[in-house]
Design a protein around this ligand. Structure first.
Ligand SMILES: [Zn+2]
Length: 426
């Protein structure tokens, strides 16, 4: 009887299905994020070092300071940026710890005296020469200048590119975002385009004093929630992370950094919210990239990644709850030790709402997920009642060497249950 029921509303099959997926990590999730279109994205920690058991630090993130011809670096920028980047480093450290990856975070480039290294790049044009869509123009200027003056190739680096492209009016009551505020990256290189500003300082996240601005007057603390959170979020893209969203059960932890967590960073320090956190999905991906993995393999990173999935089994849970079980056998080259499942409501344009699960891949290549959270649906699921909607399920393998491979399935749910037919169609 149970078999009949399962067969009626689910499709599953064994052994005959093999997907060959070869999405290069250089392409996957590396498109320039259109955050600036969707929405503007935008306690000093002790010195954080990327501590690992071997004592080896991964390749450090580099700080670049870009100022147009009619600007000069803002006051106290070195101290403010150092404090702010330590805060971001510590945020990632806590996130990696919470997801079981131990004391692991990115390193920052420092000199022999432990001073933060800042690479200064004068722009070729005045402020008016740069717009919201000038990301690649700015990056090309930076690339050219650093290659000529410092023999530094940013195509082999993750950089945080601070730009003096947030413009205040004379009364200092309104700030206009002039330049790009986005992020892009792969396993071995990336760029976060962010702003420097005299108010930018992670130590001011707790401030309720007026004087900030973000689409309206706000406190100095809220200003920093958006712009310090923005640095952490865009750097996430610089580390090749896509968007994701907290699951219902995670909401007490705050907002996922790669969802809307860029706008809630530090709200907990002002008693105005729950703050932001790094999702396990993001942490799992970060653990394989060069900026986080002290044992990162350059050889693996140059290998064309492949993922094969066989024995894919997608079915409704036997207890008839509104839950979809996904399991299978996977083989990856280079090896895949963890898989991430993104479940994205297709009626919400953009991927900010994609909720995530992580599954380890055992020595036999087996993985398993239980997708049971449809809270972003217009009609939320109740007990034995399915949320109605159109969904995209993305299975992502995280290769050693930092690349990812992905398969996508579009499917729908009705009140009676899901139509799982698409899962039988490679
Ligand atoms: Zn984003």
């Amino acid at each position: 009887m149970k078999m009949m029921t399962d067969r009626r509303i689910s499709r599953y099959f064994w052994g005959v299905l093999v997907w060959m997926v070869a999405l290069s990590g250089w392409a996957a999730d590396s498109a320039l994020s259109a955050d600036s279109v969707v929405q503007t994205e935008s306690n000093p920690a002790s010195v954080i070092t990327a501590t690992v058991s071997s004592g080896v630090q991964p390749r450090p993130v580099k700080i670049v300071y870009f100022y147009p011809t009619d600007c000069k670096p803002f006051e106290n920028h070195r101290e403010r940026i150092d404090r702010t980047m330590r805060f971001v480093q510590d945020f990632y450290l806590r996130g990696m710890r919470e997801s079981g990856f131990g004391d692991c975070t990115f390193a920052l480039e420092r000199d022999a005296d432990s001073q933060l290294v800042i690479h200064y790049v004068p722009g070729e044009k005045p402020r008016s020469g740069y717009g919201r869509d000038s990301a690649w123009n700015v990056r090309n200027e930076v690339k050219k200048y650093l290659a000529e003056h410092e023999n530094l190739d940013i195509e082999n680096e993750v950089i945080v590119l601070f730009q003096t492209l947030l413009a205040w009016n004379d009364a200092h009551t309104e700030a206009t975002e002039l330049g790009p505020y986005v992020g892009w990256g792969t396993a071995t290189k990336g760029t976060a385009w962010v702003y420097d500003d005299p108010l930018l300082d992670a130590t001011l996240l707790s401030s309720k004093e007026p004087g900030g601005y973000y689409h309206g007057a706000c406190s100095i603390g809220e200003f920093n929630s958006h712009y310090v959170g923005g640095i952490a979020h865009e750097l996430g893209h610089g580390f090749s992370l896509p968007h994701d969203c907290e699951r219902n059960e995670e909401r007490e932890r705050g907002n996922s950094l790669m969802g809307s967590g860029n706008h809630t960073m530090g709200t907990d320090l002002r008693g105005e919210g729950r703050g932001s956190f790094l999702s396990k999905a993001s942490a799992t991906r970060l653990a394989t990239i060069r900026a986080f993995d002290p044992n990162f393999s350059e050889e693996f990173s140059m290998t064309t990644p492949k993922m094969e999935i066989s024995h894919l089994n997608v079915r409704v849970a036997e207890d008839r709850s509104a839950k979809i079980l996904v399991s299978g056998v996977m083989h990856g080259t280079p090896q895949i030790k963890q898989m991430v499942l993104y479940h994205d409501n297709e009626s919400i344009p953009s991927d900010y709402d994609a909720i995530t699960w992580v599954s380890p891949v055992n020595n036999q290549g087996e993985f398993a997920f239980a997708v049971d959270d449809f809270w972003k649906a217009s009609q939320p699921a109740g007990e034995n009642v399915w949320a109605v909607g159109r969904w995209q399920m993305r299975l992502v393998g995280c290769h050693d060497g930092g690349a990812t491979s992905q398969v996508k399935f579009d499917y729908s749910t009705a009140e009676q249950g899901p139509d799982l037919t698409p899962f039988s169609t490679p």
